[in-house]
Design a protein around this ligand. Structure first.
Ligand code: ATP
Ligand code: MG
Length: 418
């Protein structure tokens, strides 16, 4: 029988890599806390309706990327393709934004999209996500963008570009949408099949098409800035001046539209020069229409999602530091079989005192145990003599020196030298 392997587009994050992921998540977590964001945990599956309405029927995600199935009760369930809709659902359901209150929430975890797997693009991937709910002013947009930049600064990422745009609101976008339909209709022959199909359903998405021919047509498309209403124009100006006040540089890209329908006003992405085609390490923006789209009261929001897999890739490529690799401090070694019990007791003592320790649990001999001790700072060796006089031989594995001390003093001895 052939061995069962992981489904296409998924992969295992093994210990050699997982400690680096922990470093990224811990850095993000600390930064979120420093910005006043609090962590929440959400279900990884939701009613399909949440994403159909909250992400938008005409988006790539809903049209072709979702993992949707009927559960045993016959309900349509979808593995979350993104986090924002779930965060907003949770905020509404738990009244986090009642009476004009605001909530700053973050979370991280796996997302699922049925895409063509390639470098930096997987079917199960991970996002670190931050959402600021209940605030409609531009200062919140600036805070969210600053938060994402600060996470990357702390991680040491270089070569990043912040790209921003405004996609308008329900008042001005219909006008712009019509201008686009008119324009692209006149260039229909130059568009790819997918974009032809997008023309009447979601013409803004044509602007985002990665195909060169569509890009050329889009370059001549009407400019969204000319269609923004006064409110959106002012909001965008405030976002820009806020970013400038904090000393950030950014570029404007009128073709940046985001794949999700609920976005209003600010849209932004952070791009890395070291990722090739999958170059976005984070994307986000404002989504003032999401709450009403999923049946809640009107709650404005702004947030971002950062691709953990891609951040890890870029950091690896740029030789960024992941901090110190976790290592076990002490290895306890039994010289003979009779000492194995004493060794396990000592190992457990270290562990309960907050000193990382290991011992052999598989009955291997002295030499094999000493070999395992090689990656630790100390070996604590117990044999017949040590048992007879309640001592332990402590070997410092970095300089090879060895001394005998009372076993009761082992914890203090190691703590002083950690
Ligand atoms: P892309 O244009 O690369 O498909 P997107 O616009 O679909 O990205 P978002 O929905 O904005 O991406 O998700 C935010 C971030 O999540 C992206 O910037 C990226 O870093 C990451 N991401 C999205 N899809 C994937 C995937 N399939 N595999 C790995 N990371 C992903
Ligand atoms: Mg995508």
């Amino acid at each position: 029988m052939p061995a069962i392997i992981a489904p296409r587009g998924t992969r295992d994050i093994l210990p050699a890599e997982s400690w680096k992921w922990s470093y990224i998540i811990n850095t993000a977590s600390k930064t979120m806390t420093d910005f006043g964001f609090r962590e929440i945990h959400l279900p990884v599956f939701e009613h399909t309706e949440l994403f159909a309405r909250g992400v938008g029927e005409t988006t790539d995600i809903v049209e072709k990327e979702m993992y949707t199935f009927n559960d045993r009760g016959g309900r349509s369930i979808t593995l979350r393709p993104e986090a924002t809709a779930g965060v907003m659902r949770a905020a509404i359901e738990n009244n986090l934004c009642a009476q004009g209150a605001s909530a700053k929430l973050w979370n991280w975890g796996p997302m699922f999209r049925h895409e063509r797997p390639q470098k930096g693009r997987y079917r199960q991937f991970y996002q670190i996500d931050a959402e600021c709910l209940g605030i409609s002013g531009a200062m919140a947009d600036v805070e969210v963008i600053a938060l994402s930049i600060e996470i990357f600064r702390r991680l040491g990422l270089k070569n990043l570009e912040v790209v921003i745009n405004s996609v308008g609101c329900e008042k001005c976008r219909p006008v712009y949408r019509q201008k686009l339909v008119d324009y692209f209709s006149a260039h229909l022959g130059e568009l790819c099949e997918t974009c032809k199909d997008r023309l009447n359903r979601n013409p803004l998405r044509i602007l985002d098409c990665k195909k060169e021919s569509c890009g050329r047509v889009s370059d001549g498309a009407p400019d969204i800035f000319d269609s923004l209403c006064d409110e959106c124009r002012e909001h965008f100006a405030e976002v820009r001046s806020g970013l400038e006040r904090l000393g950030f540089t950014y570029t404007l890209n009128k073709r940046l539209v985001r794949g999700l329908d609920y976005y209003t006003k600010t849209a932004y992405e952070i791009l890395s020069g070291d990722l090739g085609a999958q170059n976005a390490v984070a994307g986000g923006g404002r989504y003032d229409n999401l709450a009403s789209a999923i049946g809640g009261a009107k709650i404005p929001g702004v947030g971002f999602a950062c691709g953990l897999d891609r951040v890890a890739l870029v950091m690896e490529e740029q030789g960024c530091s992941f901090g110190e690799m976790p290592a076990v401090t002490v290895y306890c070694v039994a010289l003979d079989n009779e000492s194995r019990g004493a060794v396990q007791v000592l190992t457990h003592k270290f562990r309960t005192e907050g000193i990382s320790a290991e011992c052999d649990t598989s009955g291997r001999g002295f030499k094999a145990q000493m070999k395992s001790a090689g990656s630790c700072k100390f070996a604590c060796i117990i044999g017949a003599d040590e048992r007879a006089n309640n001592s332990v031989a402590v070997k410092n594995l970095s300089d090879g020196s060895q001394i005998s001390i009372p076993v009761d003093e082992a914890v203090t001895y190691i703590k002083e030298r950690m």
